[in-house]
Design a protein around this ligand. Structure first.
Ligand code: FES
Length: 154
């Protein structure tokens, strides 16, 4: 992120170290992950130890220290979704997009993630694409949901 943009985020939060979490959220929203250089700059400008920033960045699963794709597909692997076929959905996505959970396609279009229960067990198996929940997902439904992204891979 360029300095002007980062300074804008810090100014929005009055350069207040108490707003660190909100600052990290804003950086994540802009970049889709938390670039190391940005974290170093935040540490310096707010006079906060870099270790404290990494503690927050690694504690909250909403943050990623690795570059993520433009689109995020999350498959719930909690017990209820697991017994209703979530592992097969993950396998299908791995095959279709050539990435494993935690990985991003080479063109940075899609990141595949798994999560353990998002509290919507009745909808399982559940796939979340860019924040939109798709419940009772079958292989066919998954094809439909992922179709716009699949075209870009071909
Ligand atoms: S196990 Fe998937 S939402 Fe609870």
């Amino acid at each position: 992120m360029n300095d002007a943009k980062l300074n804008g985020i810090l100014d929005k939060h009055q350069q207040d170290p108490a707003a660190l979490l909100a600052i990290l959220m804003d950086i994540q929203n802009e970049e889709n992950y938390l670039p190391k250089d940005d974290l170093k700059k935040v540490a310096k400008l707010l006079d906060v130890p870099l270790s404290k920033i990494y503690t927050q960045a690694t504690f909250f699963s909403a943050f990623s220290l690795e570059p993520r794709g433009k689109h995020i597909c999350t498959v719930c692997m909690g017990t209820a979704c697991h017994v209703r076929g979530a592992p097969k959905l993950v396998e299908k996505l791995e095959r279709d997009f050539g990435i494993a959970p935690g990985e991003t396609t080479k063109d940075m279009n899609l990141t595949l993630e798994t999560v353990n229960c998002v509290g919507a067990c009745a909808l399982g198996p559940l796939v979340i694409l860019d924040g939109e929940y798709h419940g009772n997902i079958t292989s066919t439904k998954l094809d439909k949901v992922m179709k716009p992204l699949k075209k870009k891979q071909d």
